[in-house]
Structures are given as structure tokens and as C-alpha cells.
Design a protein around this ligand. Structure first.
Ligand SMILES: Cc1ncc(COP(=O)(O)O)c(C=O)c1O
Length: 358
């Protein structure tokens, strides 16, 4: 159980919850009543505050506008019953965010501020956690450079925020992927394994080019040889080849996904052969051609498991045996979904329940 220690809490006098149509949430458009804010100045973190969600007034010289020093995370809160809201592996988000911050030369809050701050925020806004099956409260922690000086050096002031957004069930229709001959997402020694804002900005143009050709996302290949699978948009990639679950190894260029790690641990527990290794696009195409590419799916917080129905590379397309979630993908999806909502055993102690009864 995550405790909620002292936070400076100012509650809104006018909740907006009654104006929200919980049947038409979409994604990331509606925000809960409160946010967590912690400021870093004079070499230290100030008292964390929970206050009404609202605009932040900043000058045009704000450091993050110019140099992009910004890192974020994505997690979810799950309604269990009126007394309990679950978080899933939230410590992993803390650890990843701390690593991301280090890579782009930013300080980061301590673990308790992050974990207890999120728990306190969810308690204050527990009514915003959707009750409808499949819907969840998306949690977006982020930290940005707040110096008001135009200078290409690390900022000396920062603000860490957590905002939350009730979101509709993610409809994971099967996705079509294409590799890119021209663009890359990350190179060794770069920032690919950090959840750094610029990584996303850099991927928008290639993704748009892929969409113009009728694909949903780019399947990124390695920057050096343009040969090995990396990841997809906001998901890590898995393929099932001849009964073995294969995913690219983490080599510094791929985001170490929380869902990826959960998939690997569950599959190993179920005695499904799992390989984390370098895998070439040619191996995937050949497996598709010879009929042993049984399943392909993306794994990430948003969709949990998103089936892949087509992989295109260099003029050749292959389709996995299962174009919807196959047996492995579906079992993983169902199990993770149920663990997140405390409907099944939690063998790895992944869930952190928050008591919202008082
Ligand atoms: C680039 C990238 N890869 C993979 C993932 C999947 O990570 P997770 O399972 O932690 O959501 C994400 C989502 O955060 C992402 O943005």
C-alpha cells in the first residue's frame, strides 16, 4: 500500500467533473481537477503541492521552449472498487524517469515524492478514475526546464508536474507497419532509451510519411546497419516465430517498456520460450513467407497488447498467422488486464493499491 505523506494540498472550490461526458472521453483531452507541482530552484526541490489543475503562466524565454529539456512518463490508475484504485508497476516508471532525467542532465525528485505524490493526487481526484469497463485514469508525470534565460546550457530551475486524464478504453485494432529506408529513431550513444520529449518530435515526420502510404506506424530499424528491429511508435515489438516469443534486446536505443518487461516475465512463467536478442527484419520477413510467423504485436501501456497485421519492408509485406491477437498475445493481454484490476493472482507483486476510502 502506498502511503500518502504530507503534501501541501489546495483543493478546487469548483469541480469540473459534472461537465465531463464519461461516455465520450477519447484520449488526453479531459483533465482531472488537480495536479501535483514540485519546483526545483537554488539547487533543491521545494515542498510538493497539489493544487487545482490550470494554466501556468510562463515567459517566451522559457528554457524548455528553446532547448527541449523535458522528460515524461505514462502510467495508469485502475478502478477496483469504491475504496481501492490500483497502480501498476509504478516504481518502474519512477526508475525510468530518474534515468531519463540523468541522460538529459536534469535533477529528479526522490522516490517518495514521486510515489506518494501520485498516490495523494489520485486520492484527491479518485472520483475521476473511470468506473466503466476498460476506461482508466491516465497519469502523465513530466519535468521541464524552467529557466527564463536563452542559453544552451542545462537549466538551473525545473518543474515536475503530474497531471491525470480519464481516458476511454483503448481500441487496439490491428496495426500495419512499415520500415523506413531513410529515417531512424535512435542511435547508440543517443537518447533512445530515455523517455525524452525530443524523441517523439523526431518521429512525427517519418510516421506521417508512413501514414501517407497507408501504414499506421514505422517499425524502426537500427541506425547503423538498418537491419535489426527496434520498436514501434510508443510500443515495444514482439513476434512469435515457431512457438518462440522474440523481442529485440535492450541495447540503449530502445525504450525499456514496463509492458515489455511484464510480457517477458509472464511468458517465462508460462514456460513459453522467450528470446531477447537482435532480430533482423529479414528473419521476420522470411518467417512470414514460410508461414512460421505466428503472431506479431506491440506492447505498451496504452494498448497493453496491440496486434500487428502487416509488416512491410522494402517492397515486401508479410502477414502473421494471427491478424487479431493470437493465443499468446490474447493470454498476455487478459492476464495483464486482470492483474491491473486485481481480478486474478498478482504473482510478481506488480500492483500497488491506493486506499481511497478516507
Ligand atoms: C518509444 C516507446 N517505446 C515503448 C513504449 C512502451 O513502454 P511502456 O510499456 O512502459 O508503456 C513507450 C511508451 O511509453 C514508448 O513511448
Amino acid at each position: 500500500m502506498i502511503t500518502d505523506t504530507t503534501f501541501d494540498i489546495t483543493k478546487t472550490t469548483e469541480s469540473r467533473i459534472d461537465q465531463v461526458d464519461f461516455d465520450e472521453l477519447g484520449f488526453g483531452r479531459v483533465f482531472s481537477d488537480h495536479m501535483l507541482e514540485v519546483e526545483f530552484a537554488d539547487g533543491q526541490w521545494n515542498q510538493p503541492r497539489i493544487k487545482p489543475y490550470g494554466a501556468i503562466e510562463v515567459p517566451p524565454s522559457l528554457h524548455v521552449f528553446h532547448y527541449g529539456q523535458s522528460v515524461f512518463e505514462g502510467a495508469k490508475a485502475y478502478y477496483v472498487d469504491d475504496e481501492t484504485i490500483n497502480l501498476f508497476r509504478i516504481e518502474k516508471n519512477y526508475e525510468r524517469m530518474a534515468r531519463s532525467c540523468e541522460r538529459v542532465c536534469m535533477p529528479f525528485v526522490d522516490r517518495d515524492t514521486f510515489l506518494d505524490g501520485i498516490a495523494a493526487l489520485i486520492k484527491v481526484d479518485s472520483r475521476w478514475v473511470p468506473r466503466k469497463e476498460g476506461d482508466v485514469l491516465y497519469i502523465r508525470p513530466f519535468i521541464s526546464a524552467f529557466d527564463r534565460v536563452i542559453a544552451a546550457n542545462p537549466s538551473e530551475t525545473y518543474r515536475f508536474y503530474v497531471i491525470t486524464s480519464p481516458v476511454g478504453a483503448y481500441y487496439s485494432k490491428s496495426v500495419k507497419l512499415t520500415t523506413s529506408q531513410k529515417f531512424i529513431r535512435a542511435a547508440k550513444g543517443g537518447v533512445g532509451d530515455a523517455k525524452f520529449a525530443g524523441n517523439y518530435a523526431g518521429s512525427f515526420y517519418p510516421a506521417r510519411k508512413a501514414q501517407e502510404k497507408g501504414y499506421d506506424q514505422v517499425l524502426w530499424l537500427d541506425a547503423f546497419e538498418h537491419k535489426y528491429l527496434e520498436e514501434v511508435g510508443t510500443m515495444n515489438i514482439f513476434v512469435v516465430i515457431d512457438g518462440t516469443l522474440v523481442t529485440p534486446e535492450l541495447g540503449g536505443t530502445i525504450l525499456p517498456g514496463v509492458t515489455r518487461d511484464s510480457v517477458i516475465q509472464l511468458a517465462r512463467k508460462w514456460d513459453i520460450p522467450v528470446e531477447e536478442r537482435r532480430i533482423t527484419i529479414d528473419e521476420v520477413i522470411d518467417a512470414g513467407k514460410s508461414g512460421v510467423l505466428e503472431e506479431a504485436f506491440g506492447a505498451g501501456t496504452a494498448a497493453v497488447i496491440a496486434p500487428i497485421e502487416e509488416i512491410h519492408h522494402n517492397g515486401t509485406s508479410v502477414t502473421p498467422g494471427a491478424t487479431e491477437r493470437g493465443p499468446v498475445g490474447q493470454r498476455l493481454y487478459d492476464t495483464i488486464y486482470d492483474i491491473q484490476r486485481s481480478r486474478t493472482e498478482d504473482p510478481f507483486d506488480w500492483v500497488r493499491p491506493i486506499d481511497v476510502s478516507k
